[in-house]
Design a protein around this ligand. Sequence first.
Ligand code: KIV
Ligand code: ZN
Length: 431
Amino acid sequence: ATKYQPIAPVALTDRQWPSRSISRAPVWLSTDLRDGNQALFEPMNCERKLRLFHELVRIGFKEIEVGFPAASQTDFDCVRRLVDDDLIPDDVRIMVITQLREDLIARTVQAVRGARHAIVHLYNATAPAWRRTVFGMNVAQMLQLIRHHVGYLRQLTDAQPATRWTLQYSPETFSATEPDVSLRACQTAISAWGTGPDRRIIINLPSTVENATPNVFADQIEWMHRRLSPREHVLLSVHPHNDRGTGVAAAELAMMAGAQRIEGCLFGNGERCGNVDIVTLALNLYTQGVSPGLDFSDITAVARVAEECTALPVHPRHPYAGDLVFTAFSGSHQDAIRKGLAAQDPDAAWAVPYLPIDPADLGRTYDGVIRVNSQSGKGGIAFLLERGYGVVMPRRMQVEFSALVQRQTDASETEMSGDALWELFRATYLQ
Ligand code: KIV
Ligand code: ZN
C-alpha cells in the first residue's frame, strides 16, 4: 500500500484537512451468495455457489453470507454440504439469514449445525411504512418481537456449544427509520443476546433502498456509532445498496463515520442496482495508502469466475476490472502514459499519468489499442466488432461470444484480428 500515496488535501479553512480519512480496511462480508444470488434471473445451483464460495475464500473473505436456508431447499442443502463436507476453512465464518419467526430460526440453526463458527443474521424492517402497512405493529410490539426471537435464538444456540455463535441483527430499512427507533431496535437485540468477549454481536445497518446522499447515510451511521452501548463488544457494520449510484461513496463515508465492517458483492451484484461493489471499494483503498486485505492480483480471473457463476457481465468500464479501463484511445493520453511508464521508478510511489493504479498489481497490462488475445474480454471484442462491422451484441451474447474467442485464442496462442473475429462471428451466428 505504500506504493500509493493519498492526494494531498487542500486547506479550505485553517482547520486540519482532510477532517477524516480512511486509515484501515474494514472487515469485509461478501453477500454474493445471498443478496447477490437472490437478484439473479436464475439463482445459482449448488455447484455454482460452491465455485463462487471457493473463489471468495481464495480472495480472502473471512465472513461470507451463504444463503437463506429456511427460505430455499437449495440453500439449505448447499449450506449443509459446506458443513458436512468440511469445506469451510477454520478462519472463515459463514453467515445465514432469516426473519423473526421461530420455525424459520430453528431451521436456520439446523442448516449450520456442526459448523465451527456461524453467524445467524436476524432482520426485520423497522421503517414506519413497514411497521404500519406490512406488519401492523407499533414500536413497542416490534421491540417485543425482536426481544423474543433473539432470546429464542440464544436458547437454541446455547444448547449447541460446539459451534461458536455470533448474532448479526439488521434493522432492515434502517436509513428510512426514525433514528431513535433504530437505536432502540438495536439495543433490544444487544441486550437480548448479551455481550462480552465471547459473545459477539454485529449490528448491521442497511440502506436497503438508497434514497439519500452519502453524507446523510454517514450521519445516520455516526449518530448510531456514538450512542450504541456497550460499544466495545459490538461490531458496527453497514450494508449499502446502490439505487442512486452512490453506494461506494456511502460506504466510504460510513467508514469515516465509524463503520467497521462492510457488506457487499463482487462487481456490485445484488437487488435492483446492486449491493455496494466490494471490488471498487477495496481497490479504492490503495489511493488512501491502505491495503484492502483482499487479493485482486488477477482481477480478470475473478471477473471471469463471477461472470460464469452469476451469468452477469462485468461492464467494460467497471472501475479497475472492466476490459477497457487500462486502455487509452486518445493519442495524448497514450503518449503521457508511455512516458510515465518509462519514467516510473519501481521503488517510488506510483505516479503514471492517467493510470490511478498500476495495472500489473491487478494482473493487467496497459493497452494502447484494443488487441484481442486469450486474455481479452468481451468489451474489447464488442468494441472491435461494433467499430469495424457495425455489430452491436446484447450483453449475454458478448459473454457467450467472448468465451468462444477465448477458447480459440487459448488453443492457437495468438492474437485475433478484427477480420478473424468477424469471420468467427458470422460462422457462429449468421449461417
Ligand atoms: O438490503 C437489506 O436491507 C438487506 C437486509 C436483509 C440486511 O439485505
Ligand atoms: Zn440488501
